[in-house]
Design a protein around this ligand. Structure first.
Ligand SMILES: *Cc1c(COP(=O)(O)O)cnc(C)c1O
Length: 230
């Protein structure tokens, strides 16, 4: 699986170059290898080559692969249905896709049963793609205030999925708006609130995302190659 090593080296070079351009330290940016559709043996090879964080978008797939994958941090990056929270509450380290109070409430309830506090991000529909998931940017503040009442979730930041475009410059303004919103919310002090993560940037656009302040990159194709859906 030498190709995984080569891919990781290439992604690492791109990350470092973008950090340099942006005057940011490499340690401010964490790579999440998005392993959806990738089998456990390949994921394990990537872990051997230094991957520490895995991203998955489907609950069922996490359950299927979880026991076969070496120790790593798991990120749920896809839409989460309330009735599936119970299956992943003891498996994932960060849920990126919270976009309603009802979902946060269920996460808090399930986390309490496991005697833990679940870290979450709020997914923002910054590009106003009404058909997609995520909370409207002007509703993030009120959702955050509501979620702060829940004792077993900890909001650690925001997540954004940019529209797919051929030229990533086209989404730079969305990343900028995400960073502005993130900084605004950071001014909001609360004991259970420690905003530190801005999850944005995928294979096609992560350099622009780094330049605009991303801290978590979700890179699938760049690490594992083109996905084949069964
Ligand atoms: C699949 C996926 C990614 C990774 O996409 P690539 O273009 O393969 O890097 C990132 N974020 C989310 C939410 C995804 O579903």
């Amino acid at each position: 699986m030498e190709y995984i090593k080569n891919n990781l080296d290439e992604v690492e070079e791109r990350i470092q170059a973008a950090c340099k351009r942006a005057g940011r330290d490499r340690s401010e940016v964490q790579l999440i290898a998005v392993s959806k559709t990738v089998e456990a043996d390949v994921m394990n090879a990537s872990i051997d080559f230094g991957v520490t964080d895995l991203g998955e978008n489907r609950v069922q797939e996490i359950r299927r692969k979880y026991d076969d994958v070496k120790a790593a941090k798991w990120h749920l990056i896809g839409h989460l249905q309330t009735n599936k929270v119970k299956y992943i509450i003891d498996k994932v380290d960060l849920i990126h896709s919270v976009d309603s109070y009802r979902l946060a409430e269920e996460i808090s309830k399930r986390a309490e049963k496991h005697d833990k506090i679940m870290s979450i991000l709020l997914q923002v529909d910054m590009a106003n793609e009404a058909q997609k998931f995520g909370v409207d940017s002007d509703e993030v503040k009120s959702l955050l205030d509501e979620i702060l009442k829940l004792e077993h979730v900890k909001v650690e930041g925001l997540m954004f999925i940019a529209p797919f475009v051929s030229d990533p410059e086209e989404v730079r303004d969305y990343f900028k708006s995400m960073k502005n919103l993130f900084d605004e919310l950071k001014a909001n002090r609360h004991e259970r609130l420690e905003l530190k993560h801005l999850s944005m940037g995928m294979t096609n656009d992560f350099e622009v995302a780094i330049e605009e302040g991303a801290t978590l990159l979700r890179v699938g194709t760049g690490v594992y190659g083109k996905r084949t859906y069964k």
